[in-house]
Design a protein around this ligand. Structure first.
Ligand SMILES: Nc1ncnc2c1ncn2[C@@H]1O[C@H](COP(=O)(O)OP(=O)(O)OP(=O)(O)O)[C@@H](O)[C@H]1O
Ligand SMILES: [Mg+2]
Length: 427
């Protein structure tokens, strides 16, 4: 069915849906719609269509989708003002975008990138929001060059990614600061005129503020844009020196997304990067493991394995040790008590981490080549600890040299089934 929408109105489309412009003129976050162009709004996502000249639209709504017509443009004028000023600054310009959950960070980054691309500015977006990432799968930091206006950053493939392995920043602060600093340096060498850095929605509380301030100090952006509803960003913005700060409004009609919706969006993103996955085997002898307690040590001597089996009351099916720790795997029906672990730790005078075969099933992994380039993600299907073979579902076809184990568990349909520190080296 055709719908005529007047100039100056906003169509808020909640997906899953597709929208086609038949006549008139409209934009999505600064990206112009072409007549006859069809825009897909993915499930869990909302896109605002701003009508510039009276337009005729046709849309198809999937389950749970909706279209709401708003009598004005819901794009805050403070966004337009900030974008104008930022694009007038001497190039290159680095912009770090801060704001709480569902405040409009991704939309502002998209809008700013679109305004820049429209003026032929060489534009790059880095997405450092591990949870709700649009560039790259969740638990990664990705970047991409934007060469033409885009309605949804999710539609562009990441040019490069760094695997972090968790979907909340709190467990990876140092790593995130390091990754973003390195990425900015690498992109500076590559050359850009505008670099837009999207961040996560974790802004409240001392730890969050300290993290965001440290991030800004290390990455040293030209500009920080704070999307503020009330004054939740004050502790961060007040602590920033020597950086130009823009405080812009959070769009009024934003509906906070439920945990379920946020989870659904993550799962759709895993699915995108798991497309074409098949089960593949990797021998522990041929690949390195990183940030892991598994696959980094040496086998225990016969005597030490004997002692360990004695102390645990069970013989591990796999064990290895480093200077700092012993890692052991028991059959899946073998249980041990904390006392037994303590006894082993006292005996060996080091940490002893014991898991059961199968505890690793579903673990998200990042796969890399020998030049340390990220190749893709995978889901650990299981490990044959006797033959030291890892079975991983992954679409990666290139030669894999290293594996990074994440802390998220997925089922075969990329649905999140929990968190896990099974291979985490931090004891
Ligand atoms: N100007 C706007 N008008 C209407 N809706 C908007 C506008 N800007 C953003 N939204 C909607 O509000 C929701 C949240 O926006 P967005 O995803 O940009 O926020 P975010 O801060 O990146 O959220 P998250 O913390 O999940 O990353 C989205 O559904 C988005 O489409
Ligand atoms: Mg976002």
């Amino acid at each position: 069915m055709k719908h005529v929408v007047d100039e100056g109105k906003t169509l808020m489309v909640d997906g899953p849906a597709s929208v086609r412009l038949i006549s008139g003129s409209a934009t999505v976050l600064g990206a112009p719609l072409h007549v006859e162009e069809k825009v897909v709004v993915r499930e869990g996502k909302r896109l605002p269509f701003f009508v510039k000249k009276q337009g005729t639209f046709e849309w198809m709504l999937g389950e749970g989708a909706s279209v709401t017509e708003i009598d004005k443009w819901t794009l805050p004028s403070s966004w337009e003002d900030a974008a104008k000023e930022i694009l007038c600054l001497n190039k290159p310009v680095t912009v770090m975008v801060l704001g709480g959950m569902d405040s409009g960070k991704t939309s502002f980054c998209t809008f700013l990138a679109n305004e820049a691309v429209t003026t032929k500015c060489k534009t790059c977006v880095v997405d450092a929001d591990l949870g709700q990432s649009d560039v790259g799968p969740p638990s990664t930091v990705g970047f991409t060059f934007v060469t033409e206006p885009v309605k949804d950053l999710f539609d562009i493939d990441a040019e490069d990614l760094v695997f972090v392995g968790c979907t909340s920043p709190s467990g990876a602060l140092n790593k995130l600061v390091e990754i973003l600093t390195q990425q900015k340096n690498r992109l500076t060498e590559k050359g850009f005129e505008l670099l837009v850095i999207n961040t996560d929605g974790w802004v409240e509380g001392d730890e969050a503020s300290a993290y965001k301030v440290r991030l800004a100090e290390k990455v040293d952006p030209t500009v920080v844009v704070g999307i503020q509803r009330e004054n939740e960003l004050i502790p961060i913005l007040d602590a920033l020196n020597e950086v130009k700060v823009f405080v812009v409004d959070s769009p009024q009609l934003i509906q906070p997304r439920s945990r379920e919706k946020r989870k659904l969006l993550r799962e759709l993103s895993y699915k995108k990067y798991m497309k074409g996955a098949k089960l593949q085997s990797f021998s522990l002898g041929w690949i390195k493991t990183e940030d892991s307690i598994f696959g980094v040590g040496v086998p225990l001597s016969r005597k030490r394995l004997w002692d360990l089996s004695d102390l645990l009351g069970k013989r591990p099916i796999y064990s290895e040790e480093t200077v700092a720790a012993i890692f052991a795997v028991l059959k899946n029906n073998h249980y041990i008590s904390d006392e037994e672990i303590n006894a082993a730790e006292n005996h060996f005078n080091k940490k002893v981490k014991v898991i059961r075969e199968g505890d690793e099933e579903g673990l998200l992994v990042g796969l890399k080549d020998e030049e340390n380039n990220f190749l893709g993600i995978g889901i650990l299907n299981g490990v044959d600890y006797t033959r030291k073979i890892l079975k991983i579902y992954t679409p990666v076809n290139e030669k894999v040299s290293a594996l990074c184990f994440g802390q998220v568990k997925l089922d075969k349909n990329c649905r999140e089934i929990g968190l896990s520190t099974v291979y985490l080296s931090k004891l």
